[in-house]
Design a binder for this molecule. Structure first.
Ligand SMILES: [Zn+2]
Length: 316
C-alpha cells in the first residue's frame, strides 16, 4: 500500500472507476431533454440490450458503438441521459432482451452485443459510460411496477427516476452495498475461497452483501466468520478501506477492504463457500502457474485486492 501522507494508504486504482465524462446531473430535470438531444447530430448514443452493449466490427478488441441517434432507433426502449463529454451529450437506449437472435443495430454495429465483462481494452470514457448505463438500465428493467402498490411506473428525469402512476411517488435507482476483503494473517498469508457455483479451481476473495442495520466493518467480520470460521480483529486498523467498484450485475457496489485475521482455523459454511485456503505468495504463484488455481478476472476489485497483497500482477 502506498501512502499519501499521514500513513494513510492511497485507494486502489480500479477498472470502471476512472470515468472522465461529466454526468451533468443538473440537466436531468430539463423539460424535453432527451427528445432534444436525440435530434442533435452531435449527440452520441450507446445501445443496450438486456445488460449487453452493441459493439462495432473492427480490428482488435470490440468497442461499443457510440454514434448519433437514427430514425430506426426503437421507440420501445428507455432513453437514459448519461452526461456530457467534449461538448457532446451522451445517451443510452436500453431495450429489453426479448430472446430473439442478435441482429445488426441501427448505427453501424455488426449485430454483436457484448457484456461489460467480455470487453477488454475499453478506454476510460467507454468504461465509465458503460458501467453507468448498464447499472441504470438494469434498475429500469426490474422496476416497471411500483414496489409498494404494484401500479405501472413511468420514466422521468431523463432516466434517473421512475414515478408510480397511481401514487405519483418517485422511485430512485438502487445500489446494493457489498463488502469484499483480502483477509491476511500475521504470517502474511491470504485467505481465498471457492464458491459452490464457480468452475473447479477458481479461488477469490470473500465477499457478501451488507445487511440492514450493519456497518461495513461489521459486515466484513460477519461474512468472513460465516463463510470460513476465520476471525477478523476488532482493532481500528484490522479492517482498512482499499477502494470501491460499481459492479452492475445487477446493482452492487463492491467496497473493498484489507482485513487482519486473529484466528486462522478454517471451517467453511459448505453453503456459499465449499473450500477456503490460506496461501503464501510462493504457494499462490505456483498454484496459478500450474493451473491448479484460477483467479478472478482482471477487471474485478477482487483481482486488485489479491494483487495488492501479492505486490505485483499475477499470471492467469
Ligand atoms: Zn405505487
Amino acid at each position: 500500500m502506498s501512502d499519501y501522507g499521514q500513513g494513510v494508504p492511497s485507494p486502489l486504482d480500479l477498472p470502471f472507476m476512472r470515468s472522465v465524462h461529466d454526468r451533468a446531473a443538473h440537466r436531468r430535470a430539463e423539460a424535453g431533454l432527451v427528445d432534444r438531444l436525440r435530434d442533435d447530430p452531435a449527440t452520441r448514443v450507446l445501445r443496450l440490450r438486456g445488460g449487453r452493449v452493441e459493439v462495432a466490427a473492427q480490428a482488435g478488441p470490440p468497442r461499443p458503438v457510440l454514434a448519433p441517434a437514427t430514425s430506426e432507433d426503437a421507440d420501445g426502449g428507455t432513453w437514459l441521459f448519461l452526461g456530457e463529454h467534449d461538448g457532446a451529450a451522451l445517451l443510452a437506449l436500453a431495450v429489453p432482451d426479448d430472446g430473439a437472435p442478435d441482429a445488426p443495430g441501427a448505427a453501424g454495429g455488426d449485430g454483436r452485443w457484448a457484456g461489460l465483462r467480455e470487453l477488454a481494452g475499453l478506454d476510460d470514457l467507454e468504461q465509465g459510460l458503460l458501467v453507468e448505463a448498464v447499472a441504470l438500465a438494469q434498475w429500469h428493467s426490474a422496476h416497471a411496477r411500483c414496489p409498494r402498490c404494484g401500479a405501472p411506473t413511468e420514466v422521468r428525469h431523463a432516466g434517473w427516476t421512475r414515478v408510480c402512476t397511481r401514487e405519483d411517488r418517485e422511485l430512485y435507482p438502487r445500489t446494493d452495498p457489498a463488502v469484499i476483503m483480502a483477509v491476511v494473517d500475521d504470517a502474511d498469508r491470504i485467505l481465498l475461497g471457492h464458491a459452490a457455483h464457480w468452475p473447479a479451481g477458481r479461488f477469490s476473495t470473500l465477499a457478501g452483501f451488507v445487511e440492514p442495520g450493519e456497518g461495513l466493518e461489521q459486515a466484513v467480520r460477519r461474512e468472513v466468520a460465516e463463510e470460513t470460521g476465520v476471525v477478523v480483529g476488532t482493532r481500528p486498523d484490522d479492517v482498512v478501506y482499499r477502494g470501491s467498484q460499481a459492479w452492475p450485475f445487477p446493482a452492487s457496489l463492491m467496497i473493498g477492504f484489507r482485513a487482519r485475521a486473529v484466528a486462522t482455523a478454517v471451517r467453511v459454511d459448505d453453503d456459499e463457500i465449499t473450500e477456503a485456503r490460506w496461501f503464501t505468495r510462493a504457494a499462490l504463484l505456483a498454484a496459478v502457474g500450474s493451473g491448479e488455481v484460477g483467479l478472478p478476472g482482471r477487471q474485478s476489485i477482487a483481482r486488485a485486492l489479491v494483487e495488492e497483497w501479492y505486490g505485483a500482477e499475477l499470471p492467469g
